[in-house]
Design a protein. Structure first.
Length: 154
């Protein structure tokens, strides 16, 4: 069994704010937040880290419930009007990410969809590098995000 990892990053809010929004969200969903052993990978829980710089990190545990957790991240973004990012690895087979702001998903990327389908339903999931803006130090005519070579094609 490979790595299953899902991490949220929230920009411009601290961990107390993220916790408060999550507590409100889960209460509305008729769940109660409680302190758990974050080292128990079989629990469906999360580890919320203190803000470092402009970012607060939320690491979800191994549980792979998808819909509620995505709704929870969008709820935090909506409550505090903050941008955020979801990054995930699925069974070491592929990775993906979702960019969101104002409580709305803006962009999704999923490396592999042929064998498993898209985690984002009917939404396009090829990613939009143009949303990242120009690369620092690049002039006119440069790509917004340089493409990295595919190691499998070398």
């Amino acid at each position: 069994m490979g790595t299953f990892r899902r991490t949220n990053l929230f920009y411009g809010v601290d961990h107390e704010q993220v916790y408060a929004a999550l507590e409100e969200f889960w209460c509305r969903e008729e769940h109660t937040l409680k302190v758990e052993d974050v080292n128990d990978v079989n629990r469906d829980s999360y580890a919320l880290h203190e803000r470092r710089g402009d970012w607060t990190v939320l690491e979800w545990t191994r549980g792979w419930e998808w819909d509620l957790r995505r709704r929870a991240q969008l709820y935090v973004s909506r409550v505090y009007d903050c941008p955020g990012l979801l990054v995930f690895i699925y069974d070491d087979d592929f990775w993906g990410c979702e960019l969101f702001h104002h409580g709305t998903a803006i962009d999704q990327f999923q490396q592999e969809i042929d064998n498993i389908g898209s985690f984002f339903g009917d939404l396009p999931c090829q990613g939009r590098p143009d949303l990242a803006g120009p690369v620092p130090g690049s002039g006119p005519g440069h790509r917004a995000c340089p493409r990295l070579p595919d190691p499998l094609q070398q």
